[in-house]
Structures are given as structure tokens and as C-alpha cells.
Design a protein around this ligand. Structure first.
Ligand code: PTJ
Length: 258
């Protein structure tokens, strides 16, 4: 087992003593995802952008992310039909963690990709089922989101289409805007607090998906027993503008001050 769960053959090339060991193993996940037909080649570029922001954040889950994780957990517990939206990057990087989140919440995973490919959707579904997922919903031609023209508009009638709360680990901003305009609660994970996705979401967790998902599952389990009035209070007390401001401050100068 590697620090990221199951071991890839390419992981053996990376000495544990390497100062960027974890980061290099994470890269291997994305590269392996492309080789297995799960991740789009564009996902490599998106991952590199994420790495750069993570470097500036200090590659740690910061307080502003912990506060957002708590708000995300409360929203998901309050939701009538939450759903987890999966793209090619998250299916390669955090398949087990996403399956755990879906089982903790008792909600489906749904495949929703930007770069259209039926083969890739099937490969992603197979990978998630192989990690123990119960339900992996697929996009349906007859069910589309308003306010969006890309392939992401196709959704599943029992998932994103009817959902009141969509969890969206990293993606481009168009669909996030569309989902919010349709009145849904949108929770995103994005290492770039200045992206359209980050700026539009109801709750933005500025953290790496690899660190954030286990923390989110734990927080949901801790909050579950505390009841709706506590979840409601957490949601009402949360300020996403402040989260984004703190994250941006950290990126622009925090690292230099330490
Ligand atoms: O599988 P598909 O076809 O749906 O395509 C997925 C990608 C990611 C290629 C597509 O959604 C895309 O192009 O996304 P963007 O516009 O590059 O946005 C990705 C965002 O995720 C950027 O703001 C990155 O900083 C951020 N990001 C990248 N890796 C991580 C991340 N955020 C959190 N954790 C990461 N590991």
C-alpha cells in the first residue's frame, strides 16, 4: 500500500525519501487515470494548475478549509437528495474516498464530464463500481440542465436532475453557475479560490480533494448525531465570501510571512 491507498507500478520509481513523494504519487494517479481511459488528457493540465495553488497554500488543510468542510457536511446532512458528481480527475485521484462519502451519506455517485466520451464514462463507472460503489448514475439524453451548453448539461433524472445539493469536486465553472441558478446548493472543492467555480458555489472548500474527502466524511459522521437545529446553525453561520478572502490572502502573502 502507498500513502494514497493501492500501489501503482509507477510508484516504485519514486523513492520515499523524495521531498515531493506524496505529490509525485498523486501525479501517478492522474497519469494512470489517462492510461486507463478514465481521465481526459486535459485533466493533466488541470492537475498541474491545482498543484501550483496547493504549493502556495502550503499543501496543508488550512482553517478556512476546515470551516468550509463543516458547512459542507451540514448542508449535505440537511439535503433531501444529495449527489456526488464525478469527473475524470476525481475518479482517478479519490475513487475510494468518493465511494466512502457516498456510503456515509447514502447517496449516489453520478458521472458528469466536460470532455464528452461515452467510453470514458463507462470506464469511470466500472472503476467506481470496482471500488465498491453501490450506485453510479450515468448521464441521460432526455434530462438536461438549464443555462449550460456543454456536455455537462446531460444529467441523470435520479441524481443531479432532482437533487437539491450537488457535491462537485474540482471542475470548470459553467456548470456550477448553472446549478446555482437552478436553485441547488452547490459544494465545490477547488484549490483556486479565484476560479469561477470557487466564486459561484454555495460552499467552496479550498483544499486538495485528496486531503479534504476523508475529513468531510469524518465531519459528517461527527455532526450526524447532533440534529437538524445544529446543522441549520452551522449553515446559517457560514460565510463563503470570507472563506475565499482568507484563502486568497494566504496565497498572496501568508506563505511568505511564516
Ligand atoms: O473529466 P472531465 O472531462 O470532466 O474534465 C475534468 C477537467 C478537470 C479537465 C475539467 O473540469 C477542467 O478543465 O477543469 P479546469 O477548468 O481546469 O478546473 C480545474 C480546477 O480544479 C482548477 O481551478 C484547479 O486549480 C483545481 N484543481 C486541480 N486539481 C485539484 C484541484 N482542486 C482540488 N484538488 C485537486 N487535486
Amino acid at each position: 500500500m502507498s500513502v494514497l491507498g493501492s500501489q501503482l507500478s509507477s510508484d516504485q520509481e519514486v523513492p520515499e525519501s523524495h521531498p515531493r513523494y506524496k505529490s509525485l504519487l498523486l501525479r501517478n494517479r492522474v497519469v494512470d487515470g489517462v492510461a486507463r481511459g478514465i481521465t481526459s488528457p486535459h485533466g493533466l493540465i488541470a492537475h498541474g494548475r491545482g498543484e501550483a495553488f496547493d504549493y502556495l497554500i502550503g499543501e496543508e488543510t488550512r482553517d478556512f478549509a476546515l470551516v468550509a468542510i463543516e458547512a459542507a457536511a451540514a448542508h449535505m446532512l440537511l439535503a433531501a437528495s444529495p449527489v456526488i458528481s464525478m469527473n475524470g480527475n476525481t475518479t482517478a485521484i479519490v475513487p475510494e474516498e468518493s465511494v466512502r462519502l457516498s456510503s456515509v451519506l447514502g447517496c449516489p455517485l453520478e458521472i458528469n464530464i466536460f470532455h464528452s466520451s461515452k467510453e470514458r464514462e463507462k470506464a469511470m463507472q466500472g472503476a467506481l463500481l470496482g471500488c465498491g460503489a453501490d450506485t453510479v448514475l450515468m448521464p441521460e439524453e432526455g434530462y438536461t440542465l438549464e443555462y449550460i451548453a456543454s456536455n455537462r448539461r446531460f444529467v441523470n433524472r435520479n441524481g443531479i436532475f432532482k437533487s437539491d445539493c450537488v457535491f462537485v469536486p474540482l471542475e470548470d465553472g459553467d456548470r456550477c453557475q448553472a446549478l446555482v441558478r437552478m436553485g441547488k446548493v452547490v459544494i465545490v472543492v477547488d484549490l483556486n479560490p479565484m476560479s469561477r467555480t470557487a466564486q459561484t458555489a454555495t460552499v467552496t472548500i479550498v483544499d486538495n480533494v485528496i486531503r479534504c474527502l476523508p475529513l468531510l466524511c469524518d465531519r459528517i459522521q461527527e455532526l450526524r448525531g447532533r440534529g437538524r437545529s445544529v446543522w441549520q446553525r452551522v449553515v446559517e453561520g457560514y460565510d463563503n465570501v470570507r472563506t475565499l478572502k482568507l484563502a486568497e490572502e494566504r496565497i498572496r502573502g501568508g506563505a511568505a510571512r511564516e
